[in-house]
Design a protein around this ligand. Sequence first.
Ligand code: CTP
Length: 404
Amino acid sequence: MLSNKTIILGITGSIAAYKAAEIASQLIQAGAKVNVIMTKEAIEFISPVTLRAITGRPVVTKMFDLASEFSIEHISLAKAADIVVIAPATANIIAKLAAGIADDMLCCTVLATKAPVLIAPAMETNMYNNPATQDNLSKLKARNFMIIAPATGRLASGKEGPGRLTDITDIIGSIRQVLGRGGDLAGKHILVTAGGTQEPIDPVRYISNRSSGKMGYALAEAARDRGAKVTLITAPTSFPEPVGVDVVKVGTAQEMRQTVENVTPQADALVMAAAVADYRPTKTAKDKIKKGEAGLTLELECTPDILGNVKGNFIKVGFAAESSNLVENAKQKLKQKGLALIVANDITATDSGFGADSNRVTIIDREGKVDSLPLMPKREVADKVLGMVAKLLPKPKSRRPNKL
Ligand code: CTP
């Protein structure tokens, strides 16, 4: 998804400058072309040689470099860029950009570019909270710069507080989100569910299943990166919340049903990747059930079929976890639940499905067309499914990107 994209990575003089090497590395691995511009303060913290080796491209460190491949550097760099990312961004660069100062290559390039600019501040807490910095950030926001707020945690000074460069995953996620704004789901609201619901037996025990939530999270991120506004309703998983996605955390099937029904009136599509527990205990014990000699019999009742019952003017996509008669069972579920598409997977395969990074799925549509895909990363499966969803949704009159 980042192949064919040219990204300017601006690095400034923060202690977090070393993290820019990892950002560059991840962008390169995702297929992007990365042009690094370092301020003179940044090169005190990390060597341009490192960035040169990682990106395989010349690194710009000063205004006039006769050996450079770029003609009138800031103009040609600015023109070629799909996005400019400044990570880490110090209080100084933020102040200079807010004031429109053009005394180094990074400032000049930002002034010269028409590409979106993403800023990831990293500085000491008091500097970040200072009204001067906050005013400067507000000015940049008003000019459509995207600011990724710093994380709160331990700072180089030894103190705790806001100012740490935010998680690299969130920086990469934000880049993908910005670059995907004009995608085939621009202007659409996609609701995704993920994870295995948990049906409590008592305060410490529950009934659930082996779903990790990976497929649902991959769908949410892929929809975001195709320009959609995304709501992710998730049962408990071990994954961090994806950046740029509205996340609602639920526990039980009943909670998931309620939340799905609250969101679907605004949604264009519901992609139900959650593994909803089919049964729940008829009663939840208030106190922890004590171990007895005689064993324990639980009485179970069916949970609501969320996908089968939810109604409205949106496209429904279901998943079918099957251990036999894959296509036949999936077709039956598609019909019963009134779906536009169903994504079926064979849960007996050891290389795919629950917990795995890959999935081998068969996608069936309402006309009965069966598309059996090879084993592929869940993110690629997500893109296949969403590509089909995009085709089923009405085309917008104008593809206006969602607001960030
Ligand atoms: N689903 C749902 N509510 C439930 C059970 C399932 O919304 N109570 C959804 C799942 O999220 C999935 C689809 O229905 O998108 C099919 O789920 P699956 O577990 O394969 O099928 P079931 O309908 O539960 O049937 P069975 O377990 O008998 O195969």
